[in-house]
Design a protein around this ligand. Structure first.
Ligand code: DSN
Length: 405
């Protein structure tokens, strides 16, 4: 590459990704094919509009490409309609809300602190500027979704849209219960499945479209292991037409055709039998990892996990904040993120928890044995009273990453 400064940063990032244990629940490692397609000359092409109905000439190849991506993702989720143009999950959510709501309409989503996402109506997100946002949380005892409480809030605030799905929730989400509440209050219901999308495709988590949810949004790069971006799915023809208009020209201009190429490659991969095997291992690994910590006496939010992630309450378990825990882990080559836990009394920049996920290291071939070893290292490092004693663990982490242990 001619630009040596950028090349140097790419090489440094490559080394970082090779030598660290990647436990951020929303990250993954894409295949060579996804990388190649995302870095391809499709980046040069403008294609505002939709297949066979564009505002630019020369779209014969991108038309075929986008049709392929749409057909593959429809097959994966058993969806009737799909839009593959959203640049991200946040853009997908905003475009979906904008498709069915007017500015000022009421939305009800999971609180960020309880495990929801910024775009589910959090106060600093523009979703709460353009819509009147209310939130639901989790049960104080179980830390799980409390449908009686959600129903009560829905009856009180009368939302036009209920948003379900989460960024930090380790249990199966019962979409049917959300649908029932939405029907009772006359609301649309949208499931943001960004985190569990891969598990849904593999049949390891219920599919919201099958359970009558109106709109499904997702990112494409978490458990789905594709190029970074978003998608919107629905089985309703009228809503699908509104979504298409809302994505383009409503909230976006030209689609990133190189990213759509990367998405299409990963969708092809997700339709192969190996993908199901991978997702099964992701869940197995998360369960072995969290069980090890539970058996040592640590507090895990909800007591364990049904999916690819879990939240470790580091304050209760080790008497430290999420920030201190995150800093300690990075010192020995483990990357995870501090995360608020339900009813957290710390700010989002400090937190009382750390979120761990298994998709990335499972892609690297890690199985139960490696996750038990990393759980043991994490337990020791977070129990350590003096930061000066941490360096001895770096070698253990590196050996594990390099497959020498
Ligand atoms: N989706 C978030 C995460 O889970 O990391 C970031 O927006």
């Amino acid at each position: 590459m001619e630009d040596k400064k950028i090349e140097n940063l790419i090489r440094k990032e490559e080394k970082r990704q090779e030598e660290h244990v990647e436990l951020i629940a929303s990250e993954n490692f894409v295949s060579e094919g996804v990388l190649e397609a995302t870095g391809s000359i499709f980046t040069n092409k403008y294609a505002e509009g939709y297949p066979d109905n564009r505002y630019y000439g020369g779209c014969e190849n991108v038309n075929e490409l986008e049709k392929l991506a749409i057909n593959r993702v429809k097959k994966m989720f058993n969806a009737k309609f799909a839009n593959v143009q959203p640049h991200s999950g946040s853009q997908a959510n905003f475009a979906a809300y904008n498709a069915i709501l007017e500015s000022g309409d009421i939305i009800l989503g999971m609180a960020l602190q309880a495990g929801g996402h910024l775009t589910h109506g959090f106060k600093v997100s523009s979703t709460s500027k353009y819509f009147k946002a209310y939130s639901y949380g989790v049960n104080k005892e179980t830390n799980e979704l409390d449908f009686d409480e959600i129903r009560k809030i829905a009856l009180k605030v009368k939302p036009k849209l209920i948003i379900c799905g989460a960024s930090a929730y380790s249990r199966i989400i019962d979409w049917k219960k959300f649908k029932k509440i939405a029907d009772e209050v006359g609301a649309y219901v949208l499931a943001d499945v960004a985190h569990v999308a891969g598990l849904i495709v593999a049949g390891l988590h219920p599919n919201p479209l099958k359970d009558g949810i109106d709109i499904v949004t997702s990112t494409t790069h978490k458990t789905l292991r594709g190029a970074r971006g978003g998608i919107i799915l629905t089985n309703n023809k009228e809503i699908a037409a509104k979504i298409d208009k809302s994505v383009f020209p409503g909230t976006q201009g030209g689609p990133l055709m190189n990213v759509i190429a990367g998405k299409a490659v990963s969708f092809g991969e997700a339709l192969k039998p190996e993908f199901k095997k991978y997702q099964k291992q992701v869940i197995k690994n998360a369960q072995v990892f969290s069980n090890y910590l539970v058996n040592k006496g640590a507090t895990i939010v909800t007591g364990g996990t049904d999916n690819h992630l879990f939240l470790l309450d580091v304050k209760k378990s080790f008497g430290i904040t999420g920030k201190v825990a995150e800093d300690r882990l990075i010192k020995i080559g483990i990357v995870a993120n501090k995360n608020t836990i339900p009813f957290d009394d710390e700010s989002p920049m400090i937190t009382s928890g750390v979120r761990f996920g298994t998709p990335a290291m499972t892609t690297k071939g890690w199985k139960e044995k490696e996750f038990e070893s990393i759980a043991e290292i994490i337990w020791k490092v977070l129990s350590e009273k003096d930061d000066k004693n941490l360096s001895k663990f770096s070698n253990d982490t590196l050996k594990l990453v390099k497959g020498e242990q």
